[in-house]
Design a protein around this ligand. Sequence first.
Ligand code: ATP
Ligand code: MG
Length: 116
Amino acid sequence: MADGRALEQVVVNLVDNAIKYTPGGWVALGAVARKSDLLLTVTDTGPGIEPHHLARLFERFYRVDPGRAREAGGTGLGLAIAKHLVQGMHGEIGVESGASGTCFTVRLPLAVPAPG
Ligand SMILES: Nc1ncnc2c1ncn2[C@@H]1O[C@H](COP(=O)(O)OP(=O)(O)OP(=O)(O)O)[C@@H](O)[C@H]1O
Ligand SMILES: [Mg+2]
């Protein structure tokens, strides 16, 4: 029911980040179909993102550490694209982060609202 190519791009962007920003540790993917939605999670054990960055994280070109992100080849577009695609599928994207890692959550409705 979702746009397959969009969904693939969202997962690729989140997994790319999880691997790129986790210098050592692990990355885990989760997918659970619930009653009315699908819940996808991408969790890592990286350094985490400080709370004051979280509100702006999905903005175009926003990078937590511009110097380091540029070294890693980042343009700061991956999360903005992911958010745009998730919203296009009537879903929601969110993030929780702490000192022990980061978890991105994508929630997609299993039934899309009727147009209009
Ligand atoms: N899993 C994560 N752990 C720690 N920081 C993260 C994680 N995911 C994203 N970030 C931070 O959020 C910023 C924005 O991520 P985004 O994917 O939009 O851009 P990017 O990875 O820098 O570049 P691009 O995705 O365009 O190659 C990153 O620069 C990084 O600082
Ligand atoms: Mg990225």
